[in-house]
Every structure is written in C-alpha cells, then in structure tokens.
Write a protein that binds this ligand. Structure first.
Ligand code: MN
Length: 258
C-alpha cells in the first residue's frame, strides 16, 4: 500500500494512492495512519490535483548510514568501514518531493546521493535482526544531499549532511515491499548517474535497523537512510535530480542558488 501525505491548499492530509481506471488517485484517510488504523474519509482526489509533501516528518531523527556500498566507498577514496558508519540529520533537513533545495552559501560542492529510506513504525530499542520487519512501517526514497567540501573540512558531518533541505523524502511510503534487491537509480537532468541495487549493500536493512537500535530508541516516523551506490556528483543552480527506487517510485528535487 502507498501512503502519501499531501495538501490541496489546506492542512496536510494523508491518503492511500491507488490506480483507478488508469488514473492515480488518493483516497483520504482520517488522521496520521502511522498512529491509527486506516479509515477512509470518503474524499478521493486525483494525484495530479494535489501537492505531495514529505510522506513523514521524522518525530525525532533521520539516521544516515555512510559508505554502505563498496563501489561508493571506493569512489570516495577508501575501503568501506567494517561496521555501519552512522550519522544524524535533524528533522529540519526534510523537504518533500518537488520542493526546491536551496544550495547553501557555506558550500561550493553540493552532491546528490540517491538512497532507499526505511520508515520506522513503532517505538523500539535493541531490535534483533529477525524482528526488524515488525518495527518497519514502510519504505520511501531519499536524497542524502551532502556538502562534500564541508564533509571533508569539518570532520563531523553535522553541517555537511544536516543543513536545511539536505533530506528530500518521497514521493510516498510503500508499506509492502521486500527491500533486499531493489534497483536504485539517480538521474541528473535526465541522465542516469547512479544505478545500483540494494542487494549490493554491505549491511542489509535488517542489519542496519538492528545496529542503530542498539544506540538509539527509534520512534514511529524516524527514518533510516541506507547509503548510496557509486556515481555521486555535483548539483548546481537549476539542477534537477530524480531518485527512483524500484517498487516505490520517483523522488524529484530541484536545486536553486541562495
Ligand atoms: Mn548517503
């Protein structure tokens, strides 16, 4: 099932995205489906007539995983770390599908990173790998936008990966998906620049969720982004980046100068 968060100009609403007679429609539901059972309001709108919003604003955090694909670790000039490399993005980093990302004046080297994102569905801690399925609400698409120059110069990645707009999420949450072998494709201005599969992850989704839950209590709506395949590169004023994950959909972001 595809759960979208959207607006038609008023307050944000949630709905289930379904195809109906060849058209993509959203059936609105009461409240936030992450916290209550799905109950349709009866209002149905065409997907084309709404503005999609980030499908979730993380309650507390986005947890990032660095260098989780060997070919990306290699292009960054080293080997992948033995254990998952964990960083945080604040929830103010999150923007929705189609939202412009302002290139911050503090950087001269901004990169896209297309990734699969895991959305947590319940409060949990110290989750064994075998039980990770129980705590996952669903999956969406992320762009782990990174200030590569500040990542090098700061050491700590707080600014480089946590600045406003550094975490586009969307277009919706797919709740029924096997994340083990999905294509992850990024296009820059229409040209394919990243093409990987989640089966190439060094640490798979169950391992990552279990691993981070040993350090952090995970809350419903927290998001874990799982690393990027090779092919990262720069964006500039006017760049358009489409990140597509098989079985979920496409997240589009445009970049604009400050
Ligand atoms: Mn990344």
């Amino acid at each position: 099932m595809r759960i979208a968060r959207y607006t038609t100009g008023d307050e944000p609403a949630y709905g289930v995205v379904r195809e109906h007679e060849g058209r993509q429609m959203i059936a609105q539901v009461h409240g936030d489906p992450m916290y209550r059972s799905l109950e349709p309001t009866g209002v149905v709108v065409a997907l084309d007539d709404v503005r999609l919003l980030a499908p979730v604003i993380p309650r507390s955090k986005v947890i990032g995983i660095g260098k989780n694909y060997a070919d990306h670790a290699a292009e960054m000039g080293g080997e992948a770390p033995k254990e998952p490399l964990v960083f945080l993005k604040p929830n103010t980093a999150v923007v929705g599908p189609g939202d412009p990302v302002t290139l911050p004046a503090i950087s001269n080297e901004v990169h896209y990173e297309g990734e699969l994102a895991v959305v947590i569905g319940r409060i949990c801690k110290d989750v064994p790998k075998e039980r990770v399925r129980e705590v996952v609400y669903g999956y969406t698409v992320a762009n782990d936008v990174t200030l590569r120059d500040l990542q090098r110069s700061d050491g700590q990645w707080a600014r480089a990966k946590g600045f406003d707009g550094s975490c586009p999420l969307g277009p919706w949450i797919e709740t029924e998906l096997d994340p083990s072998d999905l294509a992850v494709i990024t296009r820059l201005d229409g040209e394919v620049v990243q093409s990987g599969r989640t089966s190439q992850m060094i640490h798979d989704v169950p391992t990552l969720v279990s691993y981070v839950s040993q350090a952090f209590t995970l809350l419903p709506g927290d998001v874990i982004i799982t690393g990027t395949p090779a092919g990262v590169g720069e964006v500039h004023d006017g760049s358009r980046v489409d990140v597509e994950v098989e079985g979920i959909g496409m997240l589009t972001s445009t970049f604009v100068s400050a």
